[in-house]
Design a protein around this ligand. Structure first.
Ligand SMILES: NC(=O)c1ccc[n+]([C@@H]2O[C@H](COP(=O)([O-])OP(=O)(O)OC[C@H]3O[C@@H](n4cnc5c(N)ncnc54)[C@H](OP(=O)(O)O)[C@@H]3O)[C@@H](O)[C@H]2O)c1
Length: 295
């Protein structure tokens, strides 16, 4: 087995590198630009801009992985709404380049997708529930999933996940848990949305879920998230309570007051039965993950 990771400078990419190093699994980490993860050995890194078709084909045929885990994406939902062409290039067209190259070398292709493929009216989504994207980002992931379903010839998996948190080196963006802990520590008033419900996902658990699919030879769509669906307000309150910070200055607000460019689904969260049954997936609770993150 040899894993090629796209977006290895990103949060999930770094955790998959950690998983492979810990388990002695052969891998090639790739990302746009220089390697920013000092834990990744130089000989295991290859620069790859996924929007360049020839580069994608050359790197994949040179490295000859058995599996590609495609974490790279334009992940800022509001930027995707504002630059829909770039979003389509990075999230859809580049996925097609990668799947085509996987077909050439007979590699399994794994796509990272999102809870945002759903409209958030029902919650607790199963893999086979109907998608109904509300934003350009969500639509790009639905389109990427469709490409994988239609043209991947050597096996594929699609991993949908939900707000991912954890620590990484020189990440290009922060995440809700790191932000909330540092904001609570400062103690000032905070406005937190109370009408969006999510199952926050510890990045280490997500990496394990992605790799378990591959190690167990599974195929198809998997929902991989944290085990608890909570409002963003509850998440921030629990982070405060866990670390003994005051939560008296937290104000509940509605999403509408934020005027964000992209529409978000109100209530997602996943039914994880398939992951529990087929992968023996064991995600940590919010408090368990906080202990590990800040130990
Ligand atoms: N994070 C979440 O809350 C969340 C929720 C649902 C689904 N997902 C999905 O899960 C996956 C991993 O998320 P993440 O949190 O690890 O994202 P992330 O930290 O934003 O990492 C994405 C990585 O993709 C890289 N990238 C962007 N354009 C590229 C290009 N043209 N060529 C090569 N690499 C490129 C970025 O490089 P730079 O660092 O150099 O910009 C970044 O390192 C994504 O597909 C995302 O859509 C994430």
């Amino acid at each position: 087995m040899k894993i090629l990771i796209t977006g290895s400078n990103g949060l999930l990419g770094q955790k998959i590198v950690d998983y492979c190093l810990a388990k002695g699994i052969s891998f090639i980490a790739t990302s746009k630009g220089e390697n920013r993860n000092t834990k990744c050995p130089v000989e295991c890194y290859n620069k790859l801009d996924i929007t360049k078709e020839e580069e994608v084909r050359n790197v994949l045929t040179f490295c000859m992985p058995t599996h590609v885990i495609h974490t790279a994406a334009m992940t800022n939902v509001d930027q995707c709404e504002e630059d829909q062409k770039l979003c389509e290039l990075i999230n859809v067209t580049a996925t097609k380049y990668l799947v085509k190259a996987c077909n050439l070398i007979k590699a399994h292709f794994q796509l990272l997708s999102t809870d945002f493929v759903f409209d958030g009216e029902k919650g607790n989504y199963k893999e086979e529930d109907a998608v109904n994207p509300l934003s350009a980002y969500a639509q790009s992931k639905v389109d990427a999933e469709k490409i994988v379903n239609e043209i991947a010839k050597s096996g594929f998996s699609i991993v949908r996940t939900i707000i991912v948190y954890g620590k990484g080196e020189q990440l290009s963006r922060s995440n809700i848990v790191l932000w909330a802990k540092s904001a609570l520590e400062k103690g000032g008033p905070l406005n937190i949305v109370d009408d969006q419900f999510r199952a926050p996902t510890f990045a280490e658990d997500l990496a394990a879920g992605c790799m378990l699919i591959i190690e167990k030879g599974e195929q198809g769509v998997f929902h991989i998230s944290g085990p608890e669906t909570v409002s963003i307000f509850e998440l921030v309150t629990r982070i405060g309570a866990h670390f003994g910070y005051s939560t008296e200055n937290l104000n509940k607000i509605s999403s509408a007051t934020l005027n964000q460019a992209a529409k978000r689904p109100p209530k997602t969260g996943f039914d994880l039965s398939k992951a529990y049954l087929k992968l023996n997936y064991q995600p940590r609770t919010i408090e368990e993950s906080l202990d590990l993150l800040f130990e």
